[in-house]
Design a protein around this ligand. Structure first.
Ligand code: HEM
Length: 346
């Protein structure tokens, strides 16, 4: 039984939240009506960022375990929470519609009072990117990134960057996929063609079928195919190892099998999150162009050009997305052995 009555206002600490909107234009003696909307929108974003970080942390706790059963409630939980992040991001994108009810002239009424503050200083946003997997060398305009943030916020972000990100954890999880190392699943596999030396019979067949599937203008895909899936010395810039890429491709190819459905959804959720983040960036940069044209940002960046650079460069799960280049039609898929089919759920 609760020891005291909970009251709505206390529970939500509304006295704090509802008293946290101080208009800079009021303080400067030139009240600007739309600044209230501007503050509330940003606060709403920060609350959603907080929720997203909470979900990412809980997902990382599960994914960081040495063993996760792909058929377990834990993996379902990961998929479910990634789906929640996606839904929040969709709302985040739509919130831009509300801010766009403010006109450029409404914004000009208070814009100069805000300098040098900027959404760029949202450390929660930067931590979200870092926890998902964006590394410092991959950031657009790195000097700017360091110079605009408070040292304690840079330290927070660096601390996150030093730990395994969701992308790193996904890589390790994919690498643990057991099917190719278990001889019992391949003893009764019938290769479609003579097996290439040093290549698993399945991947030997797959390489041949993939090669056949390429039309004349696509022949150049063979090189990245070999590098992505079979190069034993992948460069440090690679986020998914060849082994992880093979596992992810296998999941995408055979996702009809029950055991691969949750892993497939997980990969698909990552792509959806990237797409929603990019959509947000795109909507943000369009709004910025509409609001301030080619002027520089309050945070001192080139404004539109900086944001476009980040939009093009910050695709966190692009290596997962790139795997689609290496799929083949279902009807050409190598037939799995009865033992592996049973293991995968039929
Ligand atoms: C009138 C509306 C807005 C304008 C004109 C605007 C403008 C800008 C500009 C020019 C930048 C580049 C940095 C700078 O020089 O300041 C920036 C960055 C940023 N803004 Fe906004 N912004 C607006 C609304 C928002 C809202 C509602 C959010 C929600 C949190 C937001 C979040 C961000 C973030 C996270 C960045 C950094 C993006 C990155 O580094 O990739 N902005 N904004």
């Amino acid at each position: 039984m609760p020891t005291k009555d909970v009251h709505y206002s206390d529970y939500l600490q509304l006295d704090k939240i509802l008293n946290a909107q101080t208009l800079e234009s009021d303080l400067q003696g030139a009240p600007a009506h739309d600044e209230m909307l501007f503050i509330i929108i940003h606060q709403a974003y920060e609350l959603w960022f907080k929720q997203i970080l909470f979900e990412i942390d809980s997902i990382a706790d599960i994914m960081g375990q040495q063993v996760i059963n792909d058929n377990s409630p834990e993996l379902q939980t990961v998929v479910h929470r990634l789906g929640r992040i996606e839904t929040i991001l969709k709302v985040a994108v739509h919130q831009i519609d509300i801010l766009e009810t403010m006109t450029p002239m409404d914004f000009l009424d208070f814009r100069d009072f805000l300098r040098p503050a900027s959404g760029f200083q949202s450390w929660q946003f930067k931590i979200t990117e870092a926890k998902l997997g964006l590394r410092f060398p991959e950031r657009f305009a790195q000097e700017y990134y360091i110079s605009q943030l408070r040292p304690e916020h840079v330290a927070l972000i660096k601390n996150v960057e030093a730990k395994p990100s969701l992308l790193d954890l996904v890589n390790e999880w994919l690498e643990r996929m057991p099917f190719f190392e278990a001889p019992e699943y391949w003893a009764n596999y019938t290769p479609l063609a003579p097996v290439q030396p040093d290549r698993h019979p399945f991947w030997s067949d797959y390489s041949a079928v993939y090669k056949q599937s390429l039309v004349e203008g696509e022949r150049a895909n063979l090189q990245p195919f070999e590098t992505l899936f079979f190069d034993n010395n992948p460069g440090a810039e690679r986020r998914l190892s060849p082994k992880a890429c093979r596992a992810a491709l296998f999941i995408m190819l055979y996702r009809g099998y029950p055991l691969l459905q949750a892993p497939f959804q997980l990969l698909n959720n990552l792509l959806e999150i990237d797409e929603q983040l990019s959509t947000w960036r795109y909507r943000h940069v369009s709004m910025v162009t509409r609001m301030i044209g080619f002027r520089s940002g309050t945070g001192g960046s080139s404004g539109r050009d900086y944001l476009k650079g980040a939009l093009d460069k910050h695709h966190i799960f692009r290596e997962v997305a790139a795997l689609s280049s290496f799929l083949i039609e279902r009807r050409r898929l190598p037939k799995l052995s009865k033992e592996l089919e049973e293991r995968l759920g039929f």
